[in-house]
Design a binder for this molecule. Structure first.
Ligand code: NDP
Ligand code: OXD
Length: 309
């Protein structure tokens, strides 16, 4: 079986070819840009493929996203209409739970204020309510969002969650659809975004959303940069409607060095590391998925391209 692999970095592509080859010695892995026989390629394993790069392979059976999101695959305007398999698992969920818990607690306990006091050698206690009186809203209750919401609830937060379809999650009050969005936002003080990027969710972190939150709320965006309207966040921080934000993802990555987010005192920037699956773990999941798909055309982690996630 022949597989083409593409990542924007040539070194990473070679690493993945080596690892996949070790796990599946009976399959052949090639860099997508140097395939000896394009007609022999059955699968493409990709991260941020360039437009049209999958067209030369007429016998492709499926595309594998090296990641949970498939927006980077759907961004290819000349994408063949094929099943898209995402790469998810307990490793990815665990890492995202850690990131969300870390930053929610950081905003909840107002660590930035304590750090600023320390920088001034100033003993300035900050008293905050217990987690039970702090409402955290999680947007997206899929693979990552549901587990993050459960983890926040286990810490003791008053957790609300929002998804497209109705959900029942122990310890989490849930809302669904456009009709439930306003009620979900009302009273929320820390908003965590774990939605996929689709036509419906692009730009959802905007002034209308910020204005529904409790004044002085915090935003954590660990999903995709284009969910956020950057200028709306800067305005809401200036007005005090939003007190602080943690941003892991950006419209352009790496975040350009002159972007105002870098030096903003109320913004914490992390370089798309909320839940980066490491290559050894990711390659094991992908090898399992490739074998399952090849066996009978089914795999649990199939995305729905028409829905966008
Ligand atoms: P899933 O597909 O498992 O879950 C998506 C959730 O979002 C579902 O609950 C879905 O609702 C909900 N949703 C989708 N569209 C809407 C909408 N229009 N309105 C309301 N809810 C909606 O995704 P994952 O949890 O696996 O991942 C989420 C995203 O996180 C990825 O797409 C990716 O962009 C990002 N990510 C970021 C990482 C990082 O390191 N920063 C790492 C990994 C992922 P329903 O359940 O009803 O379908
Ligand atoms: C993903 C990501 O989608 O790392 O998995 O962003």
């Amino acid at each position: 079986m022949n597989v083409a692999i593409y990542l924007p970095s040539e070194t990473k592509t070679q690493d993945w070819i080596r690892m996949m080859g070790e796990l599946m010695p009976d399959w052949n892995f090639h860099p997508l840009t140097a395939v000896p026989d394009p007609e022999a390629i059955r699968y493409a394993v990709v991260w941020r493929p360039t437009t049209g790069c999958l067209r030369p392979f007429p016998n492709l059976k499926a595309i594998v996203s090296i990641g949970a999101g498939i927006d980077h695959v759907l961004a290819d305007e000349d994408l063949p209409d094929l099943p898209i398999i995402r790469t998810v698992g307990t490793d990815l969920t665990q890492r995202m739970k850690e990131y969300v818990a870390l930053h929610v607690l950081r905003h909840h306990r107002n660590m930035p204020a304590l750090q600023a006091s320390q920088a001034r050698s100033e003993w300035a206690p900050v008293v905050v309510p217990p987690a039970t009186r702090r409402r955290v809203g999680v947007m997206g209750l899929g693979n990552l969002g549901a587990e993050a919401a459960k983890c926040l609830s286990a810490i003791g937060f008053d957790v609300v969650g929002w998804a497209r379809s109705p959900k029942t999650i122990d310890g989490v009050t849930t809302f669904s659809g456009a009709a439930g969005f306003g009620d979900f936002l009302d009273g929320t003080e820390i908003l965590v975004n774990l939605l996929p990027l689709t036509d419906e969710t692009r730009g959802i972190l905007n002034n209308d959303t910020f204005n529904r939150l409790k004044r002085g709320a915090s935003i954590i965006n660990a999903a995709r940069g284009p969910h956020l309207v950057d200028d709306d966040l800067l305005g809401a921080l200036a007005s005090g409607q939003i007190a602080a934000a943690t941003l892991d993802v950006f419209h352009v990555e790496p975040l350009p060095s002159d972007h105002p987010f870098w030096q903003h005192p109320q913004i914490t920037v992390t370089p798309h590391v909320a839940s980066l699956i490491d290559a050894p773990t990711g390659s094991r999941i992908i090898s399992r998925n490739l074998r399952a798909f090849e066996k009978d055309g089914t795999v649990a982690d199939l995305a729905d391209a028409r829905r966008g996630y």
